[in-house]
Design a binder for this molecule. Sequence first.
Ligand code: NI
Length: 145
Amino acid sequence: MQRITIAIDDDLLETIDKISAQRGYASRSETLRDLVRDAVTHAQPTIDGDAKCYTARTYVYQHETRDLSRRLTMAKHDHHDLSVSTLHVHIDGHDCLEVSVLKGKAGEIQTFADSVVTQRGVRFGDLHLIPSELGPHHAEPHSHD
Ligand code: NI
C-alpha cells in the first residue's frame, strides 16, 4: 500500500467525514479507498468501444473560469458529429449545468466526455451509456401507453 497526499476542498472533506460517520468507517483513509473504488469501477468502460450507443452526459462548470467556456465550445464543435442535443441551465451567477445527449461509438463518446470533465472548473461530470441495440424487447414495434 502507498501513502499519498492530496489537496481537497473543505466542503468535500466535510461531506466525506459525514459519509464516514454514517457508514461507520474506521478512518478517512478507509472511506476514501471505498469511494475511489466505486469511482474506478464506474470509470471503467463496460461497453465495447465500437458499440453504438446513446449517452446522457451531465456536468456543472464555472463559466467564469479562465478560457473554459471557449475550450468547451471548441471541444463540442470538434465532436459535432456525436452531438444530438444539449440542455444548458444557468444555475446561479457562476455555475452552469449542461446535459448533453450524444450518439455514436462508445469509445469516441468516452474520449469526448473525458476531454470535457477533466477540464479545470468542471465538476460532477457523469456519463450514462445506453446501448443502441436494446435487445429483443425493443426490436419489435411498440407503443408507449
Ligand atoms: Ni450558463
